[in-house]
Design a protein around this ligand. Structure first.
Ligand code: ADP
Ligand code: ADP
Length: 226
């Protein structure tokens, strides 16, 4: 489902990052560990096709996004692939403050080039238990509710891969465990592969105590230099 070989990215005016090889099966969990600045966000951006690898290979859900990949070089095709393949849970949730919860999800459908589908929006909100909040604005949500809404948005288009960037950052232990349980169960319902970028030791502990059926892979970034 996700396979990398000698994946590397060199920022034009910044560091060169080299990543360990991974093979993550469909439904598996990958933890990207490593300190701040070790390349976790860069790896997520590579897996989403937001930036192109400068060397090596990365295949995600059957698409080659690597340095020598020929598929999806066109912006529009790549955007359409990302919209139907990747569900992204950003660290700062990026909910539009001016829009209701419902309209935040509708905007994700428009952005993916789809017609607004209220039935799918309601189903996604129900799956995360936040259907009663549909008409609220983000400012009227608690932190946990906002994360559920962002996760509903991430899974709205039934992605094959869920990418979560520091989903436990600034959460207390109870909220962090709830966030991880939610991500794990959501990925399981969807049959999606889950990638979590984190430098939080509680995340590895959570998955050790709550193993994923399709296996867990943990790689530590920042140890390998080009
Ligand atoms: P992490 O997510 O683990 O904190 P990042 O992927 O954000 O790490 O960053 C990896 C390294 O690349 C860091 O040294 C960072 O300073 C550098 N970096 C990130 N974005 C850019 C950029 N746009 N230009 C130059 N260097 C960057
Ligand atoms: P920060 O980590 O500074 O809070 P964000 O949470 O906005 O920044 O984004 C984290 C990383 O995820 C960024 O490096 C960005 O390139 C990447 N990213 C942003 N949007 C998407 C997306 N739709 N799909 C996959 N990755 C994304």
């Amino acid at each position: 489902m996700i396979r990398t070989r000698q994946l590397a990215y060199r920022y034009p005016k910044g560091p060169a990052l080299a990543f360990p090889d991974v093979d993550v099966p469909q439904g598996g969990v990958l933890l990207l560990a490593g300190p701040s600045g070790s390349g976790k966000s860069t790896w997520l951006a590579l897996a989403a096709g937001l930036v192109g690898a400068t060397a090596g290979q990365i295949d995600v859900a059957g698409q080659s996004l690597g340095a020598d990949g020929t598929a999806l070089k066109q912006g529009a095709a790549l955007d359409a692939w990302r919209a139907r393949t990747i569900g992204f849970l950003p660290q700062r949730l990026h909910l539009s403050t001016a829009l209701t919860v419902h309209d935040n999800l509708a905007m994700a459908q428009w952005a993916a080039g789809q017609a607004q589908n209220d039935k799918l929006i309601t189903e996604a909100l129900e799956a995360l238990g936040v259907q009663d909040l549909a008409l609220r604005k983000p400012a009227q949500l608690s932190g946990g509710q906002a994360q559920r809404v962002a996760l509903a948005r991430a899974v709205l288009l039934q992605p094959q891969v869920i990418l979560a960037d520091e989903p436990t950052a600034s959460l207390d232990d109870e909220a962090a465990a709830a966030s991880l349980a939610l991500l794990q169960s959501t990925a399981r319902w969807e049959g999606a592969t889950l990638v979590i970028a984190t430098h939080d030791a509680r995340v590895a502990r959570f998955f050790a105590e709550n193993p994923s059926k399709k296996g867990l892979l943990r790689i530590v970034l920042g140890r390998k230099k080009l």
